[in-house]
Each structure stands twice: as C-alpha cells, then as structure tokens.
Design a protein around this ligand. Sequence first.
Ligand SMILES: [Zn+2]
Ligand SMILES: [Zn+2]
Ligand SMILES: [Zn+2]
Length: 230
Amino acid sequence: MKKGDYRENANFRTLIEADGKDRIQDRLNITGVFLETEEHITLEEMLHLLREKGYDFEPRFVKQCMNRMVDLGFAQKKQFEGQPIRYEHHHLGKHHDHLICTKCGKIVEFADETMEALQVEIAARSGFHMLQHRMEIYGLCSSCLSKRSPLMPLSMGKAGERVLIREIAGGRKKQARLTDVGLRPGDLIEIINNAGRGRIILGRGHTRLAIGRGIAEKIMVSVSDQDADT
Ligand SMILES: [Zn+2]
Ligand SMILES: [Zn+2]
Ligand SMILES: [Zn+2]
C-alpha cells in the first residue's frame, strides 16, 4: 500500500470501529486491496482480485463492505450506460469526469477547468447553485476507431452515430424489403438505439424507424461527419 492508502485505511478503521462492526480485519483487507487498484472496478473484478491476493470472502460480505466504503466517502459507485456497477476511489477534494467507449468499455478520466467553470455558469444562468454533476462522454476510443472498416453493416453502428446508407447486400428481395421500411442508399440516418439484439431504432429527418436485426446486417453504411439534422 502507498502512504496515502495507509492513511485512508486507518481513517476507515476508525469509522468502522465506531460502527461497532465485527470482522474488522477482513473489512480492512478488502479496503486495502481496493485502495491499491486505480481502476473502475466491478464487484466481480474485486472478488477476483481478492482471490488473487489469497482472500476468499463471500460476495455478499464484499459487496456490503464496498457499499459501506461508498457511504463513508472512500469509494464512489458509478454506473455507466450499458455497463455493470463499478467502484472507484473517492479522493477528497478531487474531481474528474469520464469518457466511455461504447464498443470495448474502456473508461478514460479527464478533468478540465474550463468545462467545470462553464457548468457552474450554465447552472447560475438558470438561477441554480450547482452542488454536483456528472459528465459522461460516450464514444469510440482511438483503438476501436482504428480497427473499424470504413464500410460496416448497420447492425454494428452505435447509438448516437450518424451513418450514410451505402449499399444493400442480398439481392432484389432484400432491396425491396428495405424500400418497404423506407430506406434508400444515400440516406443519412442517426442510430437512436442499438442494444446489440432485437430491433434497431433509427432516425431519418424527423421520423423514427424500427428495423429488424436481420435486415440491418445486410445494410452497409459508412460513418458520416455530416449532421443528420441538416
Ligand atoms: Zn466535472
Ligand atoms: Zn474502445
Ligand atoms: Zn473515474
């Protein structure tokens, strides 16, 4: 453990002793392992890490301990869209926001003074005194972006992405079905929702369309930089 971690762990001990909890040492071991990681960690990953360090605690106990760390201000609980609950350190007096890759799940932290000040200002314009906020930017990380081919099936598109319909694979029958749902090559569409299964919800102009996954796999699109509103 780093020096700061020892201090945090001693602070945690004082508070849980005051709680009158049993298994103090077990709880401190869990906190110790958590403080050593700098990740945004799920309960599963935490259990795995504990086992690696030779601890074998019941998941319920670990979860309870993590949540107590959240209550006492040592950990923060985060749930990014499409991801399980994660825990990260709660460094007093420090704040950061997150970039989340919707393909591989990578999480990148950032802190930007201009952005922070702007949020306070925006709140104040509406007469709000800002207490806290959450800024999450969803997108594709550089590695996922570079692995992507310029032409991909619509079924691989991510929510929020604007794509251009390029061609329809699979013969005239498929082409006809596409016309039925109201799509043509050259159409600029926005992906509103793509859960990875079931239908995909698209926006074209002011209309929302729901199309089946099967047909979405046959529609080849390219990523567009154009604004779908125009
Ligand atoms: Zn922020
Ligand atoms: Zn990624
Ligand atoms: Zn973070």
